[in-house]
Design a protein around this ligand. Structure first.
Ligand SMILES: [Fe+2]
Ligand SMILES: [Fe+2]
Length: 138
């Protein structure tokens, strides 16, 4: 499998873990679609769904960090913004006809998510859990 969930990805907040699991599934599905040479209609649709879900997930984390006055909020949001920018850049590469842009995109997403969950999201979750965050706030 190109990108699989690992137990070490768990941050200790169920709703966030669930969102990360879905993101990983979507990235994996996109990888499979690329390798199966799926139709040119299917891939943009998958990209668009992934893009929306990334926004939804980032908004959920932002709401939590704001609600709990998380001190690392600014740096965390900067990482999210940098990722969105890079994804837009690679998606544009693909849209302009460069097929390699898509492979670059899924590899980038896997690496970014692996690193961001294990480092930045875990730090955030540690602080939120200490403050008694409940899963229903996500
Ligand atoms: Fe996250
Ligand atoms: Fe995050």
């Amino acid at each position: 499998m190109f990108f699989a969930w690992k137990d070490e990805y768990s941050v200790g907040i169920d709703a966030i873990d669930l969102q990360h699991r879905l993101l990983i599934i979507m990235i994996n599905d996109l990888y499979v679609a690329i390798h199966e040479n799926r139709s040119t209609e299917a891939i943009p649709e998958m990209l668009s769904r992934l893009h929306h879900y990334i926004q939804e997930h980032f908004s959920a984390e932002k709401r939590l960090m704001e609600e709990y006055d998380y001190p690392g909020l600014r740096d965390h949001l900067q990482e999210h913004d940098d990722m969105v920018e890079k994804v837009a850049e690679l998606a544009a590469k693909y849209a302009s006809g460069r097929v390699g842009g898509l492979a670059e995109l899924v590899i980038y997403l896997r690496g970014w998510l692996d690193n961001h969950i294990c480092r930045t999201d875990k730090l955030m979750a540690l602080s939120l859990v200490e403050q008694g965050v409940q899963s229903q706030f996500c």
